[in-house]
Design a protein around this ligand. Structure first.
Ligand SMILES: [Zn+2]
Length: 439
């Protein structure tokens, strides 16, 4: 098949007016002007996307797809109060609920043009449910509240995969010890070591909230009790969370999520040692955490990705809105850089750039056609005004998943299963926090 649109943005090269992508099976075979592609492959059917820009599938580098059933049930509210509620709601859900929730989250991602995720999972459900729907990416098994001696047994119980990659590299696994206030120093070192030994990615929520910063600096505040219960052996380092992770030796090669309260010195530590930083500005706002130091991170030279975080702490998945939020914080971010953060740079931070993030031969045939007014500056127009409702067509691994702005195939059963999980969470929230639930 040949897929063509008014503009094709390969990311690794300049925009192509009347460009086209030749797809063979699950991968991209060639990218170039439409006339050249049809001359080279005259027998191929041509899928035309008028008044649209064609981009690689977007990379949402931080999600919790298993929590998608909780959208709109909690908050906005300050992070510690939100955390308590999301933990209570999660305890009400079983493996089937998480699978239904992840499947619905995967549909939501596709509808927003996202075809690769950096997902925090609690077991095998998220990977299998998501994979069936279309998106690929890295699935991080989350461990917290245990000692380092319990790590191997816990990962066995959670069916942590033995192989690094599956599905021709479309899926890979990683490990995440959640955050410094839920995993003690010995556990952080153990997950970091395991990631190194197995050559997999290590992701850590870091410096997300003022409460975490206070815990780090003075050992008290609203997260102190959470840390006592979960982070065995934690004592306040009297320094920021990024410095703490660096001094423990666990920042090296780690994907750091949020980094809202990072100081200027810490942004330099992140640039030098972390694999990259995933920025989730709309989730940070929802949880009243503040704004990440985007300009300092950019000046320091950090690799930057964009994430929605879970939709339990956001108003849906919309990477364009995330990009505009970042642009408002740092006018030095160009539309081209923001588009790269949503695609190739995000893929590099996750370590999946061999398969995702740009339109190049040999990469996964993950394409998104977005309805956009005709201008001579397609990247600027796209980043400046696109919304998920403008996503007209999405292909993953050579198969159409969204056409005419609608999911291909029925999603009613997925939605119904998600609603069962959502009802359970709602009951627990209204019982545990009576009269305090919003949304
Ligand atoms: Zn998160």
């Amino acid at each position: 098949m040949i897929v063509t649109a008014d503009w094709v943005l390969p990311i690794t090269g300049p925009p192509l007016r009347d460009g086209a992508v030749a797809v063979k099976g699950r991968v991209i075979e060639a990218v170039g002007p439409l006339a050249e592609m049809t001359a080279r492959y005259p027998e191929r059917a041509v899928s035309v996307h008028a008044d649209s820009v064609l981009v690689p599938g977007l990379v949402n580098a931080h999600t919790h797809l298993c929590l998608s059933a909780l959208e709109g049930l909690i908050g906005p509210m300050p992070f510690p109060a939100w955390l308590e509620r999301v933990a209570a709601a999660s305890r009400a859900l079983d493996a089937d609920d998480f699978a239904a929730s992840a499947a619905w989250g995967a549909v939501t991602c596709l509808m927003a043009g996202v075809t690769a995720v950096g997902d925090i999972a609690y077991g095998p459900e998220s990977l299998s449910a998501t994979g069936d729907i279309g998106p690929g990416g890295v699935f991080f098994w989350e461990v917290l509240g245990i000692t380092e001696t319990e790590l191997a047994r816990t990962l066995d119980r959670l069916e942590f995969p033995r192989e690094r990659e599956c599905g021709e590299g479309r899926f890979s696994c990683g490990i995440s010890p959640h955050a410094p206030y839920t995993s003690g120093p010995a556990l952080l070192r153990a997950t970091h070591r395991l990631a190194r030994e197995r050559g997999i990615r290590h992701m850590l929520h870091l410096a997300e909230s003022p409460a975490e910063e206070r815990l780090m600096r003075s050992g008290d505040g609203p997260l102190a009790e959470v840390a006592t219960r979960n982070a065995r052996g934690f004592t306040s380092p009297g320094a920021g969370a990024v410095t703490y992770a660096h001094d423990l030796g666990v920042l090296e090669g780690t994907i750091a999520v949020h980094c809202v309260t990072a100081s200027e010195t810490e942004t330099r530590l992140l640039a030098r040692h972390a694999r990259g930083v995933v920025l989730c500005p709309r989730s940070n706002r929802y949880l009243q955490c503040g704004a990440p130091p985007v300009a300092m991170l950019r000046s320091a030279g950090a690799a930057l990705a964009i994430g929605s975080d879970s939709v339990a702490s956001n108003e849906g998945v919309d990477l364009f809105a995330e990009a505009r939020a970042l642009a408002a914080m740092d006018p030095g971010l160009t539309p081209e850089r923001l588009l790269a953060m949503m695609t190739l740079e995000g893929a590099r931070v996750l370590g999946i750039e061999h398969h995702f993030g740009s339109l190049e031969p040999g990469k996964q045939a993950d394409l998104v056609a977005i309805a956009t007014p005709a201008t001579g500056t397609p990247a600027e127009t796209l980043v400046g005004r696109a919304r998920p409702a403008d996503v007209r067509a999405v292909m993953t691994a050579g198969a159409w998943r969204v056409l005419d702005g609608q999911p291909v195939g029925r999603t009613a059963r997925i939605e119904a299963a998600m609603r069962v999980a959502r009802a359970k969470a709602e009951r627990v929230l209204s019982g545990t926090f009576p009269g305090r639930r919003s949304g």
